[in-house]
Design a protein around this ligand. Structure first.
Ligand code: NOJ
Length: 774
């Protein structure tokens, strides 16, 4: 109580500000300006804070979902309660409200009823496009093309902002190494460096240079932290990792995101070593807000404050709210714990007014940056919502990103590229004419059945003399989710039994020169709550594959999937395999671009493909162990029935041309800890087609105060090399690439021997070494 009484003093001191209210609204223009921009912003934030009553402060930390589109177990709070809270200015943010009309209507409730009229910020999961759908993040990461990744995020931002929203819950920058985990589709895969640079590119794409522009939105680095390391790939599960793994593998993308100025962070459902991430003070308050000096706000994951009760970490919601506030969580997404308990916790001195004020200021700061105080309806423009969303121009960019995300896994007999005037082609499989699956999960406002199917893409590409035979063959799933229904309420069913379409597929395959077999996963097989132990072809797809292969060996598998799959049989038998992920709105056209050679594939895997699911978690940058593989011994740290290594390794991907690497040179072989080495390598295109190659640089620190991985990606360059041309690619090795989080719990370069490899994948053989001296 005493603390609240104290609040009156600053309110009185700043009471003169009330005079400058124009029709009761706080306006940028009405706040005293100072020469320094940051100072000016802080001043505005402080001025607003000083006017706020406790209920309004707590309100800023409350986020509700529009109940008609929940993305998690819905809270018990009813619509009338939400409406009343909105009217009283006791809500800071809404999620899952889309369309300019709905956002305007909701914002109006606050602006026309609440005392201070502090605008809401509207958030939504725009993960890979708003209505123009881009490849799923894992797929797009296979492009290793930071410019197009940034461009795809900026188009998504433009469409999102044109539709009235200001905030996306993306990018997910969880390093993930277990193919069983359904959410692997949402990130950049298994490698820390790749997640770091791609995460930053996505943040820059979403946020642009100026958050107050109406074509940029606030981004959210998630899930802080460790979510991608869930035990055995089971979603939401326990994470047991030590500090070394946490700091060296999981945190670097987050640190880079904070440095890049990401507006918000979202915490995570999982616990790490007994502490739920949502209640982890060391991570959130001490490291992120303290050591890293980041001044954005942390939103909880959906209901994750309340979930600390089920974790056995909080005895009730009040306790959970106390833990979360102390840990540094600023906004409560759908736990309804802050709204119910922060006031009492303050009275009982279990949280402090400084903590609360700091959280509120962080939220207000972003609202100012977005320009919402200038105009709460700034993003609400019905004309733009039509003219800037799902445009021809955006679709063309989506096609470009999609074709660059495709990875050619195998092309043994050079079936690909196909001639456009090929006499006949069979397009077979449950996903061949699927116009919905290519949109993948987390498709925001992507419309049901709106993607270009493979069949359509092929039809658009071939000559009018080409005969196309289409057969579905089998169904992938028993349909359970109707268009528009909440997919979280329906588990997928694969127990299809109808084999009657296989014979027609076999007949089509017999007649055709080449067969395209489009198989893989249902769009909703990956995503939240979509972990699986079987990562092979489900349903009757194996039966279809073997039947078709028996009659026509000119077979190309077009894979659609959101995780690395077990495709061993296909990899050993089928001559051509094209990894096409879920490529979004322009999927079929982009696939045709590659199939018919209009684009020479350049994608590289951001994740290792296993021989068998039993190898998971599988990743290239493992530790050597005390028993690395030796051909003379069976007692090594692998398996007796399956190789230890990947079927297709991280960084791997073929082209229609061939690249040869030679002359790896260093300008010196010994440097001090803060020194630099200039590295060059020659890459020659020895084939007959121009093509892009991703030149990858890997390092190994041979002896450390903590054991180091056998190899780590530390740089890459994607470059176009013309047929017959040789290009010299240059890198500079610096201390940032050499350092790691050491036994001293700090980032440092340890002197000693280092190996360096450069090549076209993580198996790169061109190798040399250097020494870092004291
Ligand atoms: C839960 C997910 O874990 C998170 O990534 C998402 O942003 C929220 N739900 C909101 O939908």
């Amino acid at each position: 109580m005493k603390k609240r009484t104290l609040l009156i003093i600053p309110i009185l001191l700043l009471a003169f500000l009330l005079y400058s209210f124009e029709k009761g609204r706080i306006d940028n223009k009405n706040v005293i300006s100072t020469p320094n921009l940051d100072e000016q912003l802080e001043h505005k934030v402080d001025s607003v804070l000083a006017l706020m009553h406790l209920n309004e402060k707590i309100g800023q930390l409350v986020q509700y979902s529009g109940s008609w589109n929940a993305t998690g177990p819905s809270s018990s709070i009813g619509d009338q309660h939400k409406l009343d809270k909105l009217k009283r200015g006791e809500v800071g943010s809404m999620l899952n409200i889309t369309s300019v009309a709905s956002i305007r209507e909701t914002q109006k409730i606050v602006m026309e009823n609440s005392r201070l009229k502090i605008p809401l910020i509207f958030g939504y999961d725009v993960i890979h496009g708003y209505k123009t759908i881009f490849p799923i993040p894992l797929g797009e990461s296979a492009s290793w093309d930071l410019d197009i990744i940034k461009q795809s995020a900026s188009i998504a931002a433009k469409e999102t902002a044109a539709s009235g929203l200001q905030w996306t819950f993306a990018p997910m920058i969880d390093v993930s190494r277990d193919a069983r985990w359904g959410r692997m589709m949402e990130g950049a895969g298994e490698d820390t460096y790749l997640n770091t640079v791609i995460g930053v590119a996505r943040i820059q794409g979403f946020q642009g240079n100026d958050l107050s522009e109406t074509n940029t939105i606030a981004a959210c680095a998630k899930h802080f932290a460790g979510y991608g390391f869930a035990e055995a790939g089971r979603d939401y599960n326990t994470v047991n990792i030590g500090e070394n793994e946490l700091h060296n593998t999981i945190l670097p993308p987050f640190k880079a995101a904070a440095k890049a100025g990401v507006a918000t962070f979202m915490n995570a459902f999982n616990e790490i070593d007994g502490i739920p991430s949502t209640g982890n003070k060391v991570l959130q308050r001490d490291l992120l807000k303290g050591d890293w000096g980041w001044n954005g706000f942390i939103v909880s994951d959906w209901g994750s404050i309340g979930e600390m009760i089920a974790h056995g970490y909080a005895k009730d919601k009040k306790h959970a709210a106390q833990i979360a506030m102390n840990a540094g969580v600023d906004m409560d997404m759908e736990s309804n714990a802050y709204e119910a308990h922060l006031e009492t916790l303050l009275d009982e001195n279990k949280i402090s007014i400084e903590q609360l004020d700091d959280a509120v200021k962080r939220v207000l700061r972003l609202k100012f940056k977005l320009g919402l105080f200038d105009d709460p309806y700034k993003y609400c423009n019905e004309e733009k919502e039509v003219s800037e969303v799902y445009t021809e121009e955006n679709l063309a960019i989506a096609r470009d990103v999609a074709k660059k995300s495709i990875v050619l896994l195998k092309n043994e007999t050079n079936i690909l590229p196909l001639l456009k005037d090929i006499k006949s082609i069979a397009v077979i499989g449950p996903l061949a004419d699927d116009k919905d699956a290519p949109l993948g999960n987390w498709r925001a406002k992507g419309e049901y059945n709106s993607a270009v199917s493979v069949l359509e893409g092929v039809k658009n590409a071939v000559s009018n003399t080409t005969k196309i035979y289409y057969e579905k063959g089998v169904d992938l799933t028993v349909p359970t989710v109707k268009p528009g229904e909440n997919q979280f309420l329906h588990p997928l069913k694969f127990n299809t039994t109808d084999t009657s379409g296989i014979s027609a597929a076999v007949e089509a395959a017999k007649k055709a020169e080449v067969v395209l077999l489009v198989i893989g996963e249902d769009a909703y097989q990956t995503g939240e709550g979509r972990s699986q132990t079987n990562i092979g072809f489900l349903g009757l797809q194996n039966a279809l594959l073997e039947a078709v292969y028996k009659v026509n060996k000119n077979l190309v598998i077009v894979l659609m999937n959101g995780r690395p799959m077990d495709i061993s049989w296909a990899a050993n038998n089928v001559p051509s395999i094209l990894e096409c992920w879920f490529l979004g709105s322009e999927s079929g056209n982009a696939i045709a671009d590659v199939l018919f050679g209009d684009y020479n594939p350049s994608g590289k895997l951001p994740v290792s493909f296993p021989h068998h699911v039993g190898q998971e978690p599988l990743y290239y940058n493992q530790k050597n162990t005390g028993r690395p593989y030796s051909p003379r011994h069976v007692t090594y740290s692998g398996y007796t029935d399956t190789p230890k290594t990947a079927l297709f390794p991280f960084g791997y991907g073929l082209s229609y041309t061939t690249f040869e690497y030679k002359n790896l040179k260093l300008d010196k072989t010994e440097i001090p800890k803060n020194g630099e080495i200039k590295v060059s390598v020659e890459v020659m295109n020895v084939g007959s087609m121009d093509g892009e190659e991703v030149v990858q640089l890997y390092l190994r620190d041979l002896v450390g105060s903590l054991t180091r991985p056998i190899k780590e990606l530390k740089g890459f360059k994607k470059t176009m090399i013309k047929a017959g041309e040789t290009k010299t690619i240059n890198f500079t090795i610096n201390s940032e690439m050499l350092q790691f989080y050491t036994i001293n719990k700090t980032w440092e370069v340890e002197p000693g021997d280092f190996n360096i490899w450069i090549g076209g994948d993580s198996k790169a053989h061109l190798k040399t070494s250097f020494i870092v001296s004291e």
